[in-house]
Design a protein around this ligand. Structure first.
Ligand SMILES: Cc1cc2nc3c(=O)[nH]c(=O)nc-3n(C[C@H](O)[C@H](O)[C@H](O)COP(=O)(O)OP(=O)(O)OC[C@H]3O[C@@H](n4cnc5c(N)ncnc54)[C@H](O)[C@@H]3O)c2cc1C
Length: 320
């Protein structure tokens, strides 16, 4: 039995790892150069900057166990940031990947056959198996089962052969998020995490304050949903200048700050979740998972991937 998993974010890596541990040969694809998805990091002059989820909480003991049983402390650290503003309970103490967010998915997928830089654009039935094609419409191979771990709007085009399944995704809504990364030459007296410092900024995170980062003075500015939506198609250079101004409005001492880069997350967060842990069609041997099934956090992505693995293996909850 073999399986193709498309999408190497937390959901895809979780289901891939659990199936591989259960003896199924998994091939994991991602369109990006590495893993992580929205648990993203970019290399910057020898250091790493996390421009997706900067950290994540773990409310469920089973999530703590999953992480701690599979990840060394050199890859996963706990962080208790100094916080200003209203935060969720799971942000008071959280996990961070070391030396970057995506170290977590990178370590989790180690036993799995990973094919990065491969965008899957088409699925086709081949008897009882599934064939996958890339963006040049070249055949990637065929598998007994296929699992899509992509944001719902990116999964839908792959479900052309299964319109009823595609329709189930129609209720899911996702919202964008612009991110701008700044560097200051001189230290700024800021908390590690600041929520709602400016009406158009959802959060400012001091990347350099996280465990295992060496470069000083790097701040990641996350725009509010409303502002991101209203400026979705603007060029990154203009976005960066506007977000820099928000930062100066609320932090005047940071006048010497420079913009390092901007990133647009078109499908940054779930607005309306599916309300079901995952989707699995046993007869067709196809399934879907992702944070959007349950919520908008890394833990939701993990739980969705876990549930899909249980469905595929037909396992009682306790065994996985
Ligand atoms: C700026 C930002 C800040 C956040 N902060 C937090 C936080 O503080 N705490 C928290 O818990 N969560 C946070 N989140 C949310 C969290 O990042 C997500 O809930 C979680 O990472 C989603 O994981 P996933 O596996 O479901 O999807 P993704 O991480 O989106 O993974 C999907 C993967 O599929 C790949 N892909 C897409 N299409 C294709 C294709 N056709 N072929 C091949 N590969 C494809 C993508 O490249 C991606 O790697 C944040 C998100 C953003 C954007």
């Amino acid at each position: 039995m073999n399986a193709a998993v498309v999408g190497a974010g937390m959901a895809g890596v979780t289901v891939a790892r659990l199936l591989q541990e259960a003896g199924i040969a998994v091939t994991l694809f991602d369109k990006s150069k590495g893993s992580g998805g929205r648990l993203a990091s970019r290399q910057w002059h020898g250091d790493w900057i996390d421009h997706g989820a900067p950290y994540f909480g773990a409310e469920q003991p089973a999530f703590h166990r999953f992480l701690r049983q599979r990840l060394a402390s050199s890859v996963l650290a706990t962080w208790q940031p100094g916080i200003a503003g209203l935060v969720a309970a799971d942000e008071q103490s959280c996990y961070v990947g070391v030396p970057r967010s995506s170290a977590v998915t990178r370590a989790l997928l180690a036993p799995v056959c990973f094919q990065p830089a491969t965008r899957v654009t088409r699925l086709q039935r081949d008897g009882s198996r599934w064939q996958l094609f890339n963006d040049g419409d070249s055949l990637l191979g065929s598998w007994d089962l296929v699992l899509l771990a992509l944001p719902a709007p990116q999964a839908r085009p792959l479900l052309a052969a299964l319109p009823a399944l595609a329709t189930q995704l129609a209720s899911v809504e996702m919202e964008p998020c612009w991110v701008t990364v700044m560097q200051t030459a001189t230290p700024v007296p800021l908390p590690d995490v600041e929520i709602g410092a400016h009406p158009h900024l959802r959060r400012i995170t001091h990347n350099s304050a996280k465990p295992g980062r060496s470069r000083q003075g790097i701040y990641v500015l996350q725009a509010s949903t409303a502002w991101s939506q209203n400026h979705l198609e603007e060029p990154p250079a203009e976005i960066g200048e506007q977000m820099r101004q928000f930062w100066l409005d609320c932090r005047p001492p940071a006048r010497d700050s420079q913009i390092l880069f901007c990133h647009r997350w078109r499908y940054g967060f779930t607005r309306q979740a599916l309300g079901q842990a995952c989707l699995w069609q046993a007869a067709e041997r196809i399934g879907l998972c992702g944070d959007w099934c349950l919520g908008r956090r890394v833990e939701d992505a993990w739980l969705s991937g876990l549930n899909l693995a249980r469905q595929v293996l037909g396992s009682p909850a306790a065994t996985l």
